[in-house]
Design a protein around this ligand. Sequence first.
Ligand code: FE2
Ligand code: FE2
Length: 339
Amino acid sequence: MKEDKPLVLIVDDNTTNIDLLVNTLNKEYRLGIAKNGFRALDYVKKQLPDLILLDVMMPEMNGYQVCSHLKANPRSKEIPIIFITAMSDTENITKGFSVGAVDYITKPFHAAEVKARVNTHLSIKKMREELNNQNIVLERKVEEKTIQIRQMLEATIQATVLTAETRDPYTAGHQQRVSKYACIIAEKMQMTSDEIQSIRFAGTLHDIGKIRVPVSILNRPGKLLKEEFDLIKTHSNVGYDIVKDIPTPWKLGQIVLQHHERLDGSGYPNGIKADEILPETKIISVIDVIEAMSSHRPYRAALGITIALEEIQKNRGLKYDASVVDVCLEYFTEHPELV
Ligand SMILES: [Fe+2]
Ligand SMILES: [Fe+2]
């Protein structure tokens, strides 16, 4: 008997019926036999049949009860069950369907009918399995492609940022560090993986607009003139223009545009307040301040992490989101080295 033949379990307490069914099906199928409901459930625990022929009238546990048990178990619920019944009245047939049977055969049965029904339901089961497998393969392909596209997007953004940073060596690595620490804080704040992704990309790009600020201003030592600072402040809008049309599911343009906004409306470019600022931006803007203050700039020496943390603590709930500040203070007190 070939292993690749479908396995049909016959559940019946009547030996004559069993013999008839065995004679009808044994050439085309592997057969299992259970003489009552309990044995049928035991059989299925050990080996999953492809289809079950289930007698309705059995002592102790009838066919409906066996069927209900099998359908309640995720492991066996997909097995097609055909009831074998002497009762052809509508009520009993309906009851069989309501507990999960796919079909019924009435006794006395004809060999050709039994074969045809078994064949049909095994074919349907096979098609359904193939469809499920195809769906699994397709889902995997979509997942792989999504990862690939995300990696390509990440690599493209990195290349763009590295190119931009060659003009501004003092802030080289600033955006990557902001991205990295903003993601750490977002994770600690239990933001969704989608929000964390948007923070990763927006953090990496947030100062991209500085590409339009003349190198002579970006690299000039000493305190900046007001006009020079005004020119630097345009980088939020310029960054928005660069990023806004990148087709992603995230609000990268808005986050870049808002990254110098403050809760009290004292930020730029639009002086928006509190809830007008996106949650992702609230994290990036605090990390941006910490990273910038901790690092060396052409116009000043590094102020260090302690002063940076004092700044965010002083303005907790005023300029900076209180819960972001709390998580940052806890994290950076434990990890004072920005790597
Ligand atoms: Fe900036
Ligand atoms: Fe920045």
